[in-house]
Design a protein around this ligand. Structure first.
Ligand code: ADP
Ligand code: ASP
Ligand code: MG
Length: 419
């Protein structure tokens, strides 16, 4: 007998037919003798709809009430799956975040899981019941409902797997694994059998939304074995323990033969570029720009300082999350006297393209291949940032798909059977 967590994303839960097919998939694991906890997302599109209601109700909504509203989508799907399981002859019940409870911080809309109380769940599992747990939600010390940030059901599933000491955390989604890049953009993308935690963490953080970044960090810290696999397969689909999807593993589990220089390419259209023109070229000037942004909790990503173009002044360009652009402009304008810039220009029509691979540690030339490949296609690079295993460039948004495709080919990632 194994203990497993099965997580089903929004498209897998979209409608009663799909929920029935999820129930059949869960039943197969139970029949095989496994103890199962299922974590579910809201139906596809539902969370967006609920977020829309909050915005419509007030542009300055209370984050605690936002959490009450947006957590509702998962409450519905967890109940529906428990009903579908019971109808299929599988004992099951739902456990809402506050019922277990799943204790979180009080950072509403982006709360962190602190502890999962396993007592009730253990009793239920021991009695042969499938526990159905709504993802994305928890409860804070004051007893108020919290949510974990968009895509947070992945994190709920990994946290549950860690608390249960599960043998595996299977993340069922609408693709059959992690690919070298988003297969919806590059049909020639190749499915990876294994990816290291570190690479997956980096890929997720630069835009590969197949797993929420936090869920990967948590899996790495807790040593949870995570598999990404498809829920869109029929009754004859291979059992999950044959590992048909992609396993997220420690670096030691990947042997040299399997190691690629570049593991994957990701894109992110949710950044905005800000340029401050004519900033005084003197010590402390850059600090005067970024200190107030940090104080406002705004994450600055890429930064470039241009060569001084006039005596004693320079331009500074950087990116912030597009959702924080309005706030950033406000903060910078408020600090204009202290910073002393001439003009502020901004642009949301930008995209960040990143190549990721642990092979970069020991091989030179990854960045130069990226720059020359984009240059040959006439794609201008507006900013650059790097880490030990990643190179990112900022380009015009319209070129996103083209850039991802040509880089995919340039790094030899195209699937062999593709034309
Ligand atoms: P779910 O609703 O199941 O949580 P998501 O939409 O959050 O699913 O994540 C799955 C999607 O992630 C896929 O449909 C795919 O378009 C996208 N994706 C982005 N990058 C990758 C990648 N490298 N490999 C696989 N899927 C990716
Ligand atoms: N339903 C939530 C969202 O759309 C959480 C999730 O699906 O992971 O962000
Ligand atoms: Mg998701």
């Amino acid at each position: 007998m194994a203990r497993i967590v099965m997580k089903f994303g929004g498209t897998s839960m979209a409608g009663i037919e799909r929920i029935r097919s999820v129930a059949a998939r869960v039943k197969r694991e139970v029949t095989a003798g496994n103890q199962v906890a299922v974590v579910v997302s809201a139906m596809a599109g539902e969370t967006d709809r609920l977020v829309g209601f909050c915005r419509e109700a007030s542009s300055l909504y209370d984050a605690r009430e936002y959490d009450v509203v947006v957590s509702a989508g998962e409450q519905i799907t967890s109940g529906l799956l428990a009903i579908a399981l019971q109808a299929a002859g599988v004992p099951a019940r739902s456990w809402l975040g506050w019922q277990l409870p799943i204790a979180t911080s009080d950072a509403h809309a982006s709360a962190r899981i602190e502890h999962i109380d396993m007592a009730a769940l253990e009793t239920s599992l021991a009695a042969g019941e499938v526990a159905v747990i709504p993802g994305f939600q928890g409860v804070d010390d004051d007893g108020r409902v919290t949510t974990l940030g968009r895509g947070g059901s992945d994190t709920s599933a990994v946290a549950m797997a860690a608390a249960m000491q599960a043998d595996r955390c299977d993340i069922y989604t609408d693709v059959d694994g992690v690919y070298t890049t988003d297969p919806r953009i590059v049909p020639r993308a190749r499915k990876l059998k294994k990816v290291t935690y570190e690479e997956m963490l980096e890929l997720a953080s630069v835009g590969a939304k197949v797993l929420q970044t936090r869920s990967v960090g948590l899996a790495m810290k807790e040593g949870v074995r995570v598999q990404v696999l498809s829920s869109f397969t029929g009754e004859d689909a291979p059992m999950a323990d044959t590992l048909p999807g992609t396993m997220i593993v420690g670096e030691e589990e990947i042997d040299d033969m399997e190691r690629q220089l570049i593991t994957g390419i990701a894109h992110d259209k949710n950044e905005a570029k800000i340029t401050l023109i004519a900033v005084p070229d003197k010590p402390g000037a850059v600090a005067a720009i970024f200190a107030p942004l940090a104080a406002a909790n705004i994450n600055v990503d890429m930064i470039i300082q241009n060569i001084a173009h006039a005596a004693g002044s320079t331009d500074v360009t950087f990116t912030v999350p597009a959702a924080d652009l309005a706030r950033s402009i406000e903060v910078l304008n408020q600090g204009r006297g202290a910073i002393g810039f001439g003009e502020l220009v901004h642009d949301t029509r930008v995209a960040k393209i990143s190549v990721v691979g642990v092979g970069m540690r020991s091989h030179a030339g990854v960045a130069s291949t990226m720059f020359s490949t984009l240059g040959e296609r006439g794609i201008n690079i507006q900013a650059i940032s790097t880490s030990e295993i990643k190179v990112s460039v900022l380009i015009e948004e319209d070129y996103t798909e083209l850039a991802v495709r040509v880089l995919h080919t340039a790094y030899g990632l195209d699937a062999e059977d593709a034309a």
